[in-house]
Design a protein around this ligand. Structure first.
Ligand code: ARG
Length: 621
């Protein structure tokens, strides 16, 4: 779909133009437009007058008060609006000390909502570039744990938003497939499966394999020495070691791709080993730039601008390469070979100083250009109820697959319970109240007979629904809080039917679908006829504005790379839709065609958000 200029952007343009014409001699940095805090104040607010007044004070043409500035600015805004986007602004009002309240014309919002109902959600018009997202990036032979879950889910959403907004996006899985652990693994392979070259062993449980190797490594000094010999041999290109390495990587890859398939995530594996051949040349380039110093036999970099006391270790004292060397080669490859303009690393916050150093080194080497962005998108820990790193009862890291299984199983159990309750004549409407759908006086509204947890579902459908909801719940739980903070993992909260949860959202969406369904209307015909949407009731207006603000919310997500901004918007829109269907009758009223179209716009908005968040939605649950 053709992109569109967001509502916020258009308002900002009007304000900026007005400022230029009315106060040409003052330049303010940034803009001063915010969303209105209450519907009585319109939809947006221009707060520039106060700053302008401050800047003009003491000059010969100084205005008498911020209010006087605001009045002049408002006049200029009217003229600018006529010129730039006639029909956008309905009313401007100077309030308080000098705020300008802005009302967007209802007809303008109606037109935008109609477009959403008919064609779907358009992306905001942004300057797109060549982006590369390094995410997920688990380590071979080690379990993918909840930390990798965060990287995988946040990274996927960032990619989806980039793709939606027209960025050329490379999804890169920087798998840890190189390094000293392979010495140990290969040595273990040689002992356990001496004939691995002729008869490749089926390594079904790589974690077990890893653990056993580790035990040996820690206990047996001769094994340790063997392990070391094998790393050196692997790095020198020994064919037998290489074969063992390949077998281990393949087994690991199979495990990882199962998880990706379950989560519906696509990404290209470009593991650490890929960059290995480039490291020597990259190191000598850095040496030529005089960045590299020798310390305790190792070659290290202290970027002059760095705030960290530790250096990057480019070459270890034994001459080997490591994680740092690999990331230097990778950043070089991405910037200079792939010509990426925006490189995003979705990695836990603990690696912050590592990336600061890598980015500084890349800039000092001249690999970045004007406008190149290197960004560490960091995230906090997943914690247990005790506030400490989430672990299983026996103290092990929580396996990602177990988490997905558990979410699905719990969802399925809930469905079964409801089905049994419904069959024995019990009510299932309590879920409606939970989903915010029932009105306070006990009237269930039009979705009332809509039975969640589906007594009508056959086993197979129930299974699929449980999976969709369970996985979506895991993803949403992770995405909805500010990624930089830690969050506490809790199944009950995650799968709750009320509050800001995936289950609540997906139920509300299914309920809207059921209202349309029940109306019996031919939606395709209503859309083809461009049936007008009339936003009369305040609840309709609230939904309309929310739909019209979709593009600017996507802009916000893109600017901050913060998925929770989209979650907040989705939840907010969903609550407004629930209020709307509770307060406004949709079926069998004169407003039916308009209201059905508004439901369609709401559904389109929710679905696009679900898509961007990687959540599968269902038309009935
Ligand atoms: N494999 C690493 C880990 O599990 C993450 C790699 C992140 N990407 C990177 N380019 N360093 O911690």
């Amino acid at each position: 779909l053709e992109p569109q200029r967001s509502l916020m952007k258009q308002v900002v343009e009007v304000c900026a133009r007005a400022q230029q014409t009315a106060f040409a001699h003052v330049t303010l940095s940034g803009h001063f437009v915010t969303e209105a805090t209450k519907p009585e104040f319109g939809q947006y607010q221009n707060n520039a007058a106060l700053s302008l007044f401050g800047r003009l004070k003491g000059t010969p043409s100084a205005p008498s008060s911020p209010r006087a500035v605001a009045l002049a600015l408002a006049d200029a805004m009217r003229a600018a609006a006529d010129e730039l986007c006639a029909g956008l602004i309905d009313k401007l009002e100077v309030a308080g000390a000098g705020f300008i309240n802005i009302w967007i014309a209802r007809t303008w919002i109606e037109a935008r909502v109609l477009d959403a109902a008919i064609v779907g959600m358009r992306p905001p018009a942004v300057v797109a570039c060549r982006a590369l997202v390094d995410f997920s990036s688990p380590n071979v032979a080690k379990e993918m744990h909840v930390g990798h879950l965060r990287s995988t889910i946040i990274g996927d959403t960032i990619c989806r938003v980039l793709e939606f907004t027209g960025h050329e996006t490379m999804r890169v899985n920087h798998v840890g497939d190189w390094g000293t652990q392979f010495g140990m693994l290969i040595a273990h392979m040689r002992r356990e499966h001496p004939d691995f070259l002729s008869a490749p062993p089926p390594i079904s449980d790589l974690q077990q394999f890893y653990k056993a190797a580790k035990v040996r490594f820690d206990e047996d000094a001769s094994f340790k020495a063997e392990a070391h010999k094998n790393v050196v041999a692997l790095q020198a290109g020994d064919p037998d070691c290489h074969k063992a390495w390949t077998l281990i990587c393949e087994a690991s890859r199979e495990e990882f791709s199962k998880v990706y398939r379950r989560l519906g995530i696509e990404l290209d594996e470009v593991g650490e080993s890929f960059y290995n051949p480039f490291i020597p040349a990259v190191v000598s380039t850095l040496e030529r730039y005089g960045q590299v110093v020798t310390e305790g036999g190792a070659k290290v970099i202290f970027p002059p601008q760095s705030k960290h006391a530790i250096p990057l270790i480019v070459v270890k004292s034994d001459g080997g390469f490591n994680y740092d060397s690999t990331d230097l080669a990778a950043v070089w490859y991405r910037l200079c070979e792939l010509k990426a303009e925006w490189v995003i690393y979705v990695v836990d916050a603990g690696q912050g100083s590592h990336f600061d150093l890598v980015f500084d080194a890349a800039a000092n080497a001249g690999w970045t250009a004007e406008g190149t962005r290197l960004q560490h998108v960091q995230f906090g820990l997943v914690c247990g109820e005790d506030g400490k790193r989430f672990r299983t009862r026996s103290g092990e890291v929580v396996r990602l697959v177990d988490l997905l299984d558990e979410a699905k199983a719990r969802m399925l159990a809930t469905f079964k319970e409801r089905q049994a309750a419904a069959q024995s004549g019990g009510a299932v409407v309590s879920d409606l109240a939970a989903a915010g759908a029932a009105s306070a006086d006990g009237d269930e509204g039009e979705g009332g007979s809509f039975a969640f947890g589906a007594p009508h579902m056959a086993d197979e459908e129930m299974e699929r629904a449980a999976e969709a909801l369970g996985y979506a719940a895991v993803k949403y739980m992770d995405l909805k809080s500010n990624r930089t903070s830690n969050y506490i993992f809790n199944y009950e909260r995650m799968l709750a039917t009320n509050g800001n949860t995936a289950v609540y959202l997906l139920y509300a969406h299914a309920r809207l679908c059921s209202i349309i369904d029940k109306s019996g209307a031919d939606m395709a015909a209503l859309k083809a006829a461009r049936t007008p949407i009339v936003l009369e009731h305040p609840a309709e207006q609230a939904v309309g504005l929310a739909v019209a603000q979709f593009a600017e919310k996507v802009e916000d997500v893109l600017r901050e790379l913060q998925p929770h901004v989209l979650c907040e918007y989705l939840y907010d829109t969903c609550v407004k839709l629930n209020v709307f269907v509770r307060e406004c009758r949709v079926i069998n009223v004169p407003e039916t065609p308009s209201r059905l179209m508004l439901c369609a716009a709401g559904i389109a908005t929710m679905r696009k958000c679900f898509d961007l968040l990687g959540m599968a939605w269902l038309e009935r649950i």
